[in-house]
Ligand binder design. Sequence first.
Ligand code: UN1
Length: 499
Amino acid sequence: MDHTTVLESLGFTNAELSGGTLPVVSPIDGTTVANIHQTAVADMPAIIARSQDAFKAWKTVPAPRRGELVRLLGEELRAAKDALGALVTLEAGKITSEGLGEVQEMIDICDFAVGQSRQLYGLTIASERPGHRMSETWHPMGPCGVISAFNFPVAVWSWNAALALVAGDPVIWKPSEKSPLTAMASMKILQRALDRFGDDAPDGLCQLVIGKADIGEALVASKDVPILSATGSTRMGSIVGPKVAARWGRAILELGGNNAMIVAPSADLEMAVRGIVFSAVGTAGQRCTSLRRLIVHKSIKADLMERLKAAYASLPVGDPRADGTLIGPLIDQGALKAMQSALDRARAEGGTVHGGAPVTDGVPAGAYVTPALVEMPGQTETVKTETFVPILYVMEYDTLDEAIHLQNDVPQGLSSCIFTLNLREAETFLSTTGSDCGIANVNIGPSGAEIGGAFGGEKETGGGRESGSDAWKGYMRRQTSTVNYSADLPLAQGVSFDI
Ligand code: UN1
């Protein structure tokens, strides 16, 4: 589908796509597909006030009824899956299957959140005092700001929005300035769900704000946005986190990763190669979960490198809309420069680079590259730095302890994995002495997580958790209650205070 057809199929009007000051450039061919209107910073206080008003109404709607809105959103997403997936391809450059997969991830979290809307469970706690009952209840928290990145332009919003909505929180979404169209399309789809849902949903329940960092800063700075969920670079998170903390807000941070795979001597190498290639070059290496470091046992390194070089040699790079393409474009020319300079640094540190060259023949006018495999003499500064492109650094190890040390010895802590058929090695990797990451897998790669688990990581990844498991608790406030139904007033801890 060409750009115009994709935009038309999602109901964009000319007025929405032109006359604004923010150009939207497709990474596929570098064309400017729209010039859209930006939110004025001066409008942010009114937008946040609207969200606070919406909160007053939405928090009183019963949670299962709130879940009904998310159920309808899931239905509308199913109906719009092909069109929205195509727009993800147009705006983020993902191959068709990955664009559709991103929308499927939205549908999945909607289904999850609908079930969750009937399971916002608290606890009953045994009181140490006679005639007392203790309990824990979860209440809506308030407006949730969502700052999302270009690489998962819609799924990450849906992880937050689906849970925030069932939790009773309005949402204000600031997408990446590189991917505002997918956000606008998602709001149109949500509007269809709102129209079907009826009057229980207040005005301003979900708002979209478009612009650069100053728009995000208004959300970050406002005490009226108690939850701020931000996905992006560690540099961005290091600014957002302290600012939100300084105003006593709650930040949910999902920042950089530097994800590794350990390949042990017993590994099924054929499977490992498939796992490595998908996670290292899929999405052109632009997932926060992309595989960036390969830690291979020295006894199998030569064999694995041969297999990888062969697999890399046949990877189709090109227009992400074309059948058979596995590697689409990088997001922009800046990413291509970052890739070239990371490869130069790796060479200077003693690395041997295979691949990594720009591709210009037979591709549209975007930033296309062949993915790079880089054999490194050790875990240098360049290897410890996340570069958001398809570079895979390869290192070797001798003992499992050494491999786990290398895996953990980076500032980031998002995702990790081991390929092994040895139970001792697998369980050690998952144990307290193993991987220090938020995600640790066995015999699958580090990327492509399902929505059912909590998603996020430790250290410079920011510590936040989104999506499945009990991540919903991040969008609610916890209240501990003690009820005394006795005729006495005993104090806890046996304290006496007679008056
Ligand atoms: C991201 O790159 O910000 O686990 C999210 C994955 C996807 C989500 C990635 N489900 O790779």
